[in-house]
Design a protein around this ligand. Structure first.
Ligand code: FE2
Length: 151
């Protein structure tokens, strides 16, 4: 059993609720990215949208960026703080380190993605920015969940 699954078996119920709630918030943030750009699943660009829609997409980008990074940072810190005492057992140290490394990698890749997004947005390609943000975020978080949180 992985360190995360083992941790979940022995934590206080309020910590468990918090973890589940934060996972849900992260999933919701990614879902809102998908549902905001109405052209995400086709290849149409922002010129096909009215001004109101364009303003909504551009406006929400800032809050998406802030939300994803800030929820992730606090969630990862919390997850690591409850796993850390269990990592004292020597054969779990490496598992903890790998899990922590994966968190750091997600934050690094998300920050880079947001920089790319800002550039796309400044060139009027907010549509591409949404596609990129959705694609990267869903891949990174799903992969992490599968490899570390569910194993
Ligand atoms: Fe994690």
């Amino acid at each position: 059993m992985g360190i995360y699954a083992q941790t979940l078996k022995n934590i206080a119920s309020e910590d468990f609720v918090r973890l589940k709630d934060e996972h849900l918030r992260l999933r919701n943030s990614i879902d809102i990215i998908r549902s905001t750009c109405i052209n995400l699943e086709n290849q149409l660009c922002c010129q096909n949208c009215n001004r109101e829609q364009i303003a909504t997409c551009k406006g929400r980008l800032t809050s998406f960026s802030y939300n994803l990074i800030s929820i992730s940072e606090s969630h990862f810190d919390f997850e690591e703080s409850i796993m850390l005492p269990r990592a004292g057992i020597s054969n779990k140290k490496e598992a903890f380190h790998n899990h922590q490394q994966s968190h750091q990698n997600i934050l690094k890749e998300m920050r880079e993605t947001l920089k790319e997004c800002a550039l796309l947005d400044s060139h009027g390609r907010t549509d591409e920015c949404y596609r990129l943000l959705y694609k990267r975020a869903s891949k990174l978080y799903e992969e992490h969940g599968r490899l570390f949180d569910l194993s």
